[in-house]
Design a protein around this ligand. Structure first.
Ligand code: SF4
Ligand code: SF4
Length: 414
């Protein structure tokens, strides 16, 4: 190697805090990580993007705060014992990525990556995660899902659906269901809708049934890298062995983990099938006239961008295009949309450890949706649906909540 050969950039899951030393020292304290991007702001009320800073109003909760916590820990300016609330600062974050989006735009720094690396450091040092997260990790290790559910229950949602079990029959496309929709019976409708719609469109579809395992996203986001890497290895091996050409998932957490995070693990075998989120895949089917709507739905709806689908993976247009293609549906937009969207509050372990904060964040989103005059919020994420759904049930004001596939089922008269 010549002396000028650039050392290859490390992958995310091998980076340590010291790898961000230049970045954290370079934080300009400009506060763009808390604010809605300048030219798009329409009102003071919706001028912020960081739910944690919005709720607690002190800087350690913001993206900038995390950069300075990391700098101080790195340089020995303070230790864990000096700040009893340190763990709370680091874990009261939905990993929505709004800070990262705006900082990268202007300052080219990575406040969310720094916070996730802080979490990994806390786990390594035996301080993190929050006690509420420990059961989740235990469950993933013991049952391959974060919800303490036996493996035998994983395919209960599919009881009445004629769908191939990929362990017994070959198929071209695998539906990766994800733990939340497989085990939470309030979410079964999305798994069932997805399977029914794809089969209706002629997709040669199969599932892993009881042998599907957690993608690892929940443990990755709370900083347990060891458990995440072990799940990623098992998943890549199992998914490659299926021989499928493509994988469809409707959980943005699974989508980001399988499609992006796995490529950030050093030495991990590559995944052979192409991975799609349902919104992308259904858009392909609508555009290719494999799905045509025959029922008008007279409804005004607003689209809530799930953070792990929009900001993290860049899927903004496809779900909007599907909604616009449904006869009778009028799509109206909230003030904070696409890469400036306001998080539902449910991600990054926030709902597990800080329910009150998660619910207040969801309530804020519902108020914003109501201002559009919409009858319903439509989204495509089990965590958004759980968190916004719970906040809505406490409001009792008539706003409805649908998954994207609910809208399709109605328009297809299925
Ligand atoms: S936007 Fe980036 S550089 Fe500016 S304060 Fe936030 S973390 Fe620091
Ligand atoms: S990821 Fe979201 S909640 Fe966390 S610090 Fe950044 S903007 Fe705030």
């Amino acid at each position: 190697m010549a002396y000028y050969d650039k050392k290859p950039e490390k992958k995310f899951f091998e980076k340590e805090l010291a790898d961000y030393r230049d970045s954290v020292w370079g934080c300009a304290r400009c506060n763009w990580c808390q604010n809605h991007w300048g030219w798009n702001v329409k009102s003071a009320e919706y001028s912020e993007v960081c739910p944690a800073f919005h709720e607690y109003r002190i800087f350690p909760y913001s993206g900038m705060g995390k950069m300075h916590i990391a700098r101080a820990l790195l340089e020995g300016d303070f230790d864990y014992d000096d700040a009893p609330e340190l763990k709370k600062f680091i874990y009261t974050c939905t990993t929505c990525g709004a800070c990262e989006m705006n900082c990268q735009r202007l300052q080219d720094k990575e406040p969310l990556q720094v916070n996730e690396t802080l979490r990994a450091q806390l786990v390594k040092d035996g301080i993190g995660p929050m006690s509420e997260h420990k059961n989740l990790i235990k469950s993933v290790k013991n049952y391959d899902n974060p919800w303490m559910q036996p493996r035998t229950q994983r395919d209960r949602w599919a009881k009445k659906i004629a769908i191939k079990d990929i362990n017994k029959e070959k198929a071209q496309t695998l539906f990766f269901v994800g733990c939340t929709s497989a085990f939470d019976n309030t979410q079964w409708h999305v798994a069932q809708n997805t399977a029914r719609i794809l089969i209706h469109a002629g997709v040669d579809l199969g599932i892993l049934g009881k042998s599907e395992i957690c993608c690892g996203s929940p443990v990755a986001r709370i900083g347990d890298r060891e458990t995440f890497v072990s799940l990623a290895k098992r998943n890549v091996e199992q998914l490659n062995n299926t021989g499928v050409k493509e994988i469809v998932t409707f959980c943005p957490g699974c989508y980001r983990a399988i499609n992006h995070d796995y490529t950030e693990i050093p030495g991990l075998e590559s995944l052979n099938p192409k991975v799609y989120h349902t919104a992308e895949y259904l858009y392909k089917l609508v555009k290719g006239k494999k799905l045509s709507f025959n029922k008008e739905i007279k409804m005004r709806v607003t689209w809530h961008d799930p953070c792990h689908l929009g900001r993290h993976c860049g899927i903004y247009e496809e779900p909007r295009a599907i909604l616009k293609a449904i006869p009778g549906v009028e799509l109206v937009e909230m003030e904070r949309i696409m890469d400036q969207s306001w998080c539902c509050g449910g991600g990054g372990g926030a709902r597990t450890a800080f329910m009150d904060f998660a619910q207040k964040t969801a309530a804020k989103r519902i108020e914003e949706a109501k201002k559009t005059g919409a009858d319903a919020i439509v989204t495509a994420c089990p965590f958004c649906e759980q968190n916004i759904g719970d906040a809505l049930s406490n409001m009792d004001d008539g706003m409805q909540l649908y998954d994207l596939t609910d809208m399709l089922m109605r328009a297809l008269e299925m």
